[in-house]
Structures are given as structure tokens and as C-alpha cells.
Design a protein around this ligand. Structure first.
Ligand code: SF4
Ligand code: SF4
Length: 473
């Protein structure tokens, strides 16, 4: 048995199984405890977060009126920290060579009927050009773990290639990286290559399930994987993105684990997670989600999003095209701040010429184009944003968090969203999307409270119309 200690560098102490199990019992016993739930909600209304134990009580709460209060509060926190903006990104799969044995992923080593593919630098140019032509400015690169086929040098070279491509008015301005847990030295190299966020999903925080789901390969090592974010921060990366794959293990366990991980990073490293992703298991080649019997309903998925938003108000929250349009729509106002659009989850997926064989990692549910997603968001009253300003202005890590927590960052986010949306409309949007977007920008500009910022943003937007690009606050 290990003692729970959020300040410990050891995975089994900052994600203590004993503490989680105790919380599970506690929340189960208190799911009708109106007095306790009211106390937690009162604390949550201060918008400074609640503990993992308190968050789980909210997740388990079985009182309909209190659940409505939970959703209303999540909406309020989302509005307060992120307004009506939704940041857009796309994944870019570099390679599906992988030496791990993850049982839920078709790229696992033993899957012999999936074609293996690693993009050459020329193919990356083609993929990124296609992504730029869609209008993307922010990518998340994905690669399997394979020191022979995808060594760190390959990842670094690919990042350099991506940043170097300037096609028409296009540019990738932020490359987030989702690669296997690695050494401090390699994290330092990624930092030097200019990455945005380092993303690594925990998959599940339950050590026993984790080891069963990852029977072979380096990913089998639970502690090495769980402590990766600490090493990333030791290597100088201060924006890290957490995630669990809901459906692998008991969702209550993993929900508690991810909040504990956020608490650990904030307490021990001084900076909490930049983002939290909430993927759910999907059907894929050689994988049948029916074998994972922990699938969560759409209702529970929405509640998880709301309770993470309440527990960690400052963190960005990401939902991908794994989710259907309907499911994405439901969680947008409960806490999601970033979504992908027009995604391809295969190696070479954006370029017809490189896509002869199917290498899809998982089924995409939302198959709309980026233009359709942008249009849909605006119809719902959101401002799609292609902003990457903070990372490029050096607003990362604790500097970013203090601006975010004091809610000062909104003075940048809102005009930046409008300016980057304007770029999108000028360069890539369909006439219908453009018409809706122009009206939205005109309306939203009026809501910028600071007169100087409003005047400058208006001027920059006119400059963008005249052909200039890349303004930011
Ligand atoms: Fe490899 Fe990642 Fe798939 Fe596991 S989840 S098999 S590490 S690509
Ligand atoms: Fe994100 Fe910073 Fe842009 Fe706001 S200003 S949307 S926090 S990059």
C-alpha cells in the first residue's frame, strides 16, 4: 500500500490507488447528500476549482436539481474563462510504426494486417500544404513509438519541415506533439524545436488495468508513462496536455485520476495541465469497442466534461472528431475550448496520392469538412478561432496560467479569434461561410470592451482584408 502524496515524484504516490478507491466509496455514499453537494458547489462557484474528491462527488451526484446546477455552473465557468470562442486544430499522423502492444489501438505491433507507413519529408510537405489549404494553423502531430523507424531525430526534422512550409497565405504556427513518453533530454530537444503543447494520454490511471492493456513494449511501464509530464517539464516544456481514453477502465476511477494528475502538476511543478482531452474508445481495425465493457453513455460523457470544467477551470478542454456532431454540440458549452475539424486519422490521410491503403487509427464520427465545422460553430453562436498567439508571444507555462486565472487573457483571445477568423474567411471559406463569418465579426467587434483594443482590432481586420496577415495581441 502506498501513501497518497501529490508532491511526490512517484506515480504510485501522486496517483494513489488507495486514495482513489477511498474517494469512490466516499462519493458513492454521498451521491444523495444535499448538504455536502451544496457545500462543494458553493466552493466551485468561486471558480478556483475543487479537489478530486469533491469533483467525484459532483460526478456521482444523483439529485436532478443539483445536476442542473452543476451543468449551469460549468457553462458559467466556460463562458467566464473562454467566452464563445472555440480554437480549431487538426491531427497529422506521421507514422504508424509502433512497438507497443496497446490492446485498444490498431497500430499495436501484433496487428499484421494494417499497412505500415511513415511519411517522408516530401510527403509531410504535401500533407501540410493540404492542411494549410483547408485553413489550419495549429496541428497536433501523432506518431507511434518505434526507436528505429520514428526516432526523435525524425520527429524533430518533421517539426522543422512543418514550420518551414509557407504555401500561399498558409502557415502552421503551432505544432503540438503527441508522441510516446521519453527522456528529459528528448523533451529538451522538442522544446528547442519550438513545440507548443506536449500531449500524452494516460489511457487509464488504474495500474492493474494499464498493465493488462499494455502487455508488451516500453509503454507497459506504468510509472515511466505516468511520470512523463514531470520529465517533460524538467526538459523545459511547460505546456502539457493530459487525457484518458474513456471506456478502457471504470470512468469514475479515471476521472478521479486525471484530476489528481492535474493537482500534482500544479502543486509539484507550479503549472497545471494546459489541456485535458476526453476521448472515448472507438471502433478500429483489429479492435472492437464491445470488448471494452466500460463504455460511457452520452449523458455521462457530458457530465464528465462539466465536472472537469468545474474542477480545473483554467484548463483548455479538447474534443476530437471521434465524437459525433451531436455529441460535440452537447459538450461545447459545458467546457470544451478546442475541437478538431476536417480530421484524417491515418498516415497520409490528407493527400490522395499518399493514401492508397487504409491506416486509420480509429473511426472518425464527425466527417464534415473544416468549412462545414466552422459554419456550424458560427450558427451555434461560437467564434471559431485559429489563434496561436500565446505560444508565439512567449505566454506559456506559469505566465500563461496567471493571465488565464486572472481572466486577463480574454482581452487577447477575443480580438485574436476575430482576426484569425477573418484570415480564414478571406483565404479559405466558402461564400456561405464567409457571409456568416463577416456578419459575426462585425457583431463581435462591438463587444470588445477596451476602446483602444477595439479600434486596433478593427484596423487590423481591415488590413487583413487588404492582404496583410498574422496580426496578434
Ligand atoms: Fe502505439 Fe500509441 Fe497505438 Fe499504443 S496507442 S499501439 S503506443 S500508436
Ligand atoms: Fe489561446 Fe492565447 Fe490565442 Fe487566447 S490568445 S486563444 S489563450 S493562444
Amino acid at each position: 500500500m502506498t501513501m497518497y502524496n501529490m508532491m511526490s515524484p512517484k506515480a504510485e504516490e501522486f496517483i494513489s490507488d488507495e486514495e482513489i478507491r477511498d474517494c469512490l466509496d466516499y462519493a458513492e455514499k454521498n451521491k444523495h447528500n444535499r448538504e455536502l453537494i451544496d457545500q462543494i458547489l458553493e466552493k466551485a462557484r468561486k471558480m478556483k476549482g475543487v479537489s478530486h474528491r469533491e469533483a467525484l462527488v459532483l460526478l456521482d451526484c444523483d439529485l436532478e436539481d443539483k445536476n442542473q446546477e452543476i451543468y449551469a455552473l460549468a457553462r458559467k465557468i466556460k463562458e467566464e474563462f473562454y467566452g464563445n470562442r472555440i480554437v480549431m486544430f487538426a491531427p497529422l499522423y506521421l507514422s504508424n510504426y509502433c512497438i507497443n502492444g496497446c490492446e485498444y489501438c490498431p497500430y499495436h505491433l501484433k496487428n499484421k494486417h494494417i499497412p505500415r507507413k511513415k511519411l517522408t519529408q516530401e510527403e509531410i510537405v504535401a500533407e501540410v500544404t493540404a492542411l494549410q489549404d483547408m485553413g489550419h494553423k495549429r496541428l497536433a502531430i501523432e506518431s507511434g513509438e518505434d526507436p528505429v523507424n520514428n526516432p526523435i531525430e525524425y520527429i524533430l526534422e518533421s517539426i522543422q519541415t512543418i514550420y518551414s512550409i509557407k504555401h500561399k497565405n498558409g502557415a502552421i504556427r503551432r505544432v503540438n506533439v503527441n508522441i510516446a513518453a521519453t527522456t528529459v533530454e528528448n523533451y529538451r530537444k522538442l522544446k528547442e524545436a519550438g513545440i507548443g503543447t506536449y500531449i500524452l494520454f494516460q489511457e487509464t490511471y488504474n495500474k492493474e488495468s494499464y498493465e493488462k492493456l499494455h502487455p508488451t513494449g516500453p509503454k507497459h511501464d506504468y510509472a515511466y508513462h505516468t511520470e512523463a509530464m514531470d520529465r517533460a517539464m524538467d526538459g523545459g516544456i511547460d505546456d502539457v496536455g493530459l487525457g484518458v481514453l474513456f471506456g478502457l477502465n471504470n470512468y469514475r476511477y479515471d476521472f478521479t485520476g486525471i484530476i489528481m494528475h492535474a493537482e500534482h502538476l500544479e502543486a509539484y511543478k507550479g503549472v497545471g495541465p494546459h489541456t485535458i482531452s476526453v476521448p472515448r474508445v472507438r471502433r478500429a481495425d483489429d479492435i472492437d469497442p464491445d470488448v471494452f465493457d466500460n463504455g460511457i453513455s452520452d449523458d455521462m460523457f457530458a457530465k464528465i466534461v462539466a465536472c472537469i470544467r468545474i474542477a480545473v477551470p483554467y484548463t483548455g478542454m479538447i474534443v476530437s472528431t471521434r465524437e459525433s456532431q451531436k455529441s460535440r454540440e452537447r459538450v461545447l458549452d459545458l467546457g470544451i475550448s478546442q475541437i478538431s475539424g476536417g480530421s484524417r486519422t491515418s498516415v497520409g490521410g490528407y493527400t490522395e496520392a499518399i493514401r492508397p491503403e487504409d491506416t486509420t487509427q480509429f473511426d472518425v464520427d464527425d466527417r464534415r469538412t473544416l468549412d462545414e465545422v466552422v459554419h456550424w460553430l458560427m450558427d451555434l453562436g461560437y467564434v471559431p478561432s485559429f489563434c496561436t498567439a500565446c505560444y508565439r508571444e512567449g505566454r506559456t507555462g506559469d505566465r500563461f496560467m496567471s493571465l488565464l486565472k486572472s481572466k486577463q487573457i480574454v482581452n487577447c483571445c477575443h480580438p485574436n479569434a476575430l482576426m484569425t477568423l477573418k484570415e480564414y474567411l478571406e483565404d479559405y471559406a466558402s461564400p456561405e461561410t464567409k457571409a456568416v463569418g463577416e456578419a459575426l465579426i462585425a457583431k463581435e467587434l462591438k463587444t470588445i470592451p477596451n476602446e483602444i483594443v477595439r479600434r486596433k482590432a478593427t484596423e487590423y481586420i481591415e488590413n487583413i482584408h487588404e492582404g496583410q496577415r498574422d496580426f496578434r495581441f
